[in-house]
Design a protein around this ligand. Structure first.
Ligand code: FES
Length: 177
């Protein structure tokens, strides 16, 4: 099966097609794009992506009509926010209602057992970070797993494990350089 959607990881506008922006957009709309909502929007972004990259901060700065340097400053001030990816590869599993009904918990358990870490953590070799997200808006293909920005739908524990194993096998992991 091919990914239901291919996500851009480059720093151009196309990366804003990433469905994980859905949560960020909801936080923006809920707060009527008010600048005072910056922290809440950053929380939503961190929850959705696992960290705050430049694309994301640029997007938020534009939507709230704030300077990028200000948004960077706020994100950098709070320890909760991370400005760098936590692992070489990211596996984000949707735990929203539709995915829950389609037994995403089995995928979560299988991933934790296979890689020996909990969601929110990174393997000691730095190769894989596991995160959850609540409904990036692809419920029709539940359960959803996002691997390095690629969205995979109608996943099973077996198909996800196979994909993640392949990702990790093709990575270099931490070096001592
Ligand atoms: S609940 Fe998982 S994509 Fe909507």
């Amino acid at each position: 099966m091919s990914p239901t959607q291919t996500l851009a990881s480059s720093k151009d506008e196309s990366s804003f097609d990433d469905p994980r922006f859905e949560l960020v957009d909801r936080a923006l709309k809920r707060n009527h794009y008010h600048q005072d909502a910056l922290i809440e929007v950053l929380y939503a972004a961190q929850e959705s992506f696992g960290y705050l990259n430049k694309d994301l901060l640029t997007y938020i700065a534009q939507k709230l009509k704030l300077s990028l340097s200000w948004v960077y400053g706020v994100a950098g001030f709070y320890h909760y926010f991370s400005l760098e990816a936590q692992g070489e590869h990211s596996c984000v599993v949707c735990t929203g209602t539709a995915c829950y009904v389609k037994r995403v918990e089995e995928i979560v358990t299988k991933l934790e057992n296979e890689f020996g870490i909990k969601f929110g953590e990174t393997t000691p070799d730095g190769k894989l970070n596991l995160q959850t997200v609540r409904c990036p808006g692809n419920c029709g293909n539940a359960p959803i797993v996002i691997l390095d920005g690629e969205v995979w739908g109608r996943e099973t524990p077996e198909s996800t494990i196979e994909r993640v194993r392949a990702l990790v096998a093709n990575s270099g992991g931490k070096t001592d350089e």
